[in-house]
Design a protein around this ligand. Sequence first.
Ligand code: SF4
Length: 95
Amino acid sequence: MDMPVVNSCQVDACAYNDQHTCHALAITVGNSSSHAQCDTFFDADVQGGDPGHVGHVGACKMGDCQHNVQLECQAPAIAVGLQQTQADCLTYAPA
Ligand code: SF4
């Protein structure tokens, strides 16, 4: 399995975000039963992640998503953005 890339992230308040790009080495999605939230979101004044690296999806707990295989994301790529006030995976597609 390959880890999908986080193609874009619109959550500017996150420490791992720089110009709509995620720079966390790997994010985790889905630590909420009600929505596909980015669990790696972190509101801090420091810049996080590796500026030379674009984030990938390390794990996803949304087992009901069409792209989820054995709790790993197998979408070609994902997008993250705000759903109301939450940083959520916008590629989440309930089967
Ligand atoms: S995908 Fe998650 S960790 Fe990466 S910048 Fe967006 S909110 Fe932050």
